[in-house]
Structures are given as structure tokens and as C-alpha cells.
Design a binder for this molecule. Sequence first.
Ligand code: UT7
Length: 324
Amino acid sequence: MNTISEIHGCGSYLPKNFITNDELAEIIDTSDEWITTRTGIKQRHVAEKSEMTSDLACEAAKNALEDAKIKASDVDLVIVGTTTPDDTFPATAVKVQSRLAIKGGAAFDIQAACSGFIYALSVADNMLRTGQIDTALVVGADTLTKLLDWKDRTTCTLFGDGAGAVVMQGKKINNVKNPSGILSTHLHSDGNLRHILYCENNLAEFNSRRSIKMEGPELFRHAVTNLSSVALEALRVNNLSASDIDWLVPHQANKRIIDRTAKKLKLSDKKIVLTIANHANTSAASIPLALDVAVKDGRIKKGDLLLMDAMGGGLTWGAALVRW
Ligand code: UT7
């Protein structure tokens, strides 16, 4: 008998403070018109100085557990996909484990930049399918605004803070037609493209604060190519075609990247979950945030086929096909 992993509930959290494009245009040389037409972003949520990634992650995790109707004490795996952990070590995941009073099991972070949620989902899916664990809490959480140079208009206009989470369990399937759950996950990386998007952490220089550096147009080209290719890979492995997809739940880096990827797949824009206008690019949080929005507003329904895809620093990229 085969085992498949299933998402039982999702949740998300955004910091209360947000900054609109017009407010940004008061402090740097940019405009609402430029940001909106080039990216689709209208505003971004920004964590308080004292509000850390773990704070956002815990709120999203609590919401997901409530939604799944699963007790924290049942969780035996916590993974947090994040590039902005509270501390170098221990992992943000062990803070979440402790604050939610989860006893036992394993907790660790995954650092795959904006692909962090897909990477974390993939690891949890494999551990559930092999029976190594029973219940996984998978979180994507980032406070990338803490890594921004607020004088650099080419980066500070793009990112926001947030967290999203899902609760997953394995279930046995025996000749069940179209079972709900994770159908497959696909991960890739290319370390030769590190220079396109990075944030140095020079341990040789104590206390030296670094900010995000990005070659936007080059990243844009790689994003469209890699995201469409990993999407097709996921469909091919499952003998499905793009017309079978009910919802594309993409990483929200740039509306133009999402539109071009969808166009390559010949996917109607009515099938795209877009949250970039309100959330901006929340890195590892963007997919579970978008998922939570579309599940809670009733767009995503039981039995729908979802394609999630992401690309980020590394470069890393990946996709997951999920039957809801
Ligand atoms: O989540 C990780 C993955 N991230 C991504 O995939 C991001 C991928 N890249 C992008 O989304 C886009 O490349 C950006 C949104 C970053 C930039 O858009 P673009 O259309 O590629 O613009 P560009 O970098 O080619 O810049 C065009 C012009 C430049 O001015 P000149 O040289 O033509 O005079 C920039 O200096 O726009 C200028 N510019 C801005 N102007 C106003 C760049 N940023 C801004 C800004 N406001 N915020």
C-alpha cells in the first residue's frame, strides 16, 4: 500500500505595519507608477524592529494548526523555510517548536531563499511518505525588510515580511483514483548563478551589516525559463498537462514573471492566485501566504489541482503539484 502526504490545513500572518508605494516615493526616487507597472506591487508589510521571523512563523503555525484541527502536541516535525532566521543558530524552527509546546520529534530550518517553502514541503513530503514522521508543520517565514538598504530603490521597493504555514500528515492509499495530497515535488539549484541575488554575511568582519544585492533583469530571465521548465517537469512526471491545473499558486516576486510563466504554460490568468499587490515579495512566505488567501476566500476547493512554483537566490527553484 502506498502512502501520500496530505495538507490538512493552512494559516498565515502579516505584520500590522505596511508601507504603500506612495509612502516609499516620499523617501526615495521612485513612484507608484514605476513599481506598479514593473512589478505589480502596491504595498508591503514590514515587521517592527523587535518583531522577528519566529514571531511571524508562530502566528502562521497556530493558524494552520487551528485550521487543520490538529493539536500541536501531535506534531513530530517542524521545518521553517527562511533566509532571515532570528539567530545564526539554533534554528528558528526550534523556537517555534518550543513556543507551541511541541514536545519531541525534529525541528530544523531550510535555507533556499525564495524557494524555501517548496524545499521544506518536499522534505516533509518525503519524511511522511517513508513513515519517518506522522505530522509535519511546514512554515515559510521571512523578514527580508531587515536585510534591505532603504536607499537602494532597485531592491527596497520589492520585498515585504510575512509567514505562511501548512500542517501535513501521511495517509495510506490503495488504488484510490486522484487521491488528494502532494503528487510530486521537484527541486533544482545552480550555484554558478549565486552572484545574481545574494546577501553576504561576512563572518570575518564582526558586526558588519550587509544588504541584498540583485541583478534584476538577469534574474527575471532565469526566473521565466526555470519556472516554466520545472512546471512542465512536474506535469510530465504525473502524466498531466497544463490544462489540468486549476490554480497556479506561484512565488510572488514580480507579476510580469508570473504572467510570462503562465503564458508559456498557456494558462489563463483567471487560474492564477496573485497576492503580490498587497504582500510584495515575502520570499519563503509568499506561496503559503497566497495559498491561505485563496483557500480561505473559497477559490481553492477540494479536488482542485494546484501548481506551486518558486525561484530565488542560489539560484534555487522548484515546484510542487498538489491535489487539494
Ligand atoms: O524572489 C527572488 C526572485 N526575484 C526576482 O525574480 C526578481 C526578478 N527581477 C525583476 O523582478 C525585475 O528585473 C525588477 C523589478 C527588479 C526590475 O525591473 P526591470 O524592468 O528589469 O527594470 P531594470 O532593472 O531594467 O531598470 C529599468 C530602469 C533603470 O533606469 P535606467 O537605467 O533605464 O535609467 C533603473 O535604474 O528603472 C530604474 N529603476 C527604478 N526606477 C524607479 C529601478 N528600480 C526603480 C525604482 N523606481 N524602484
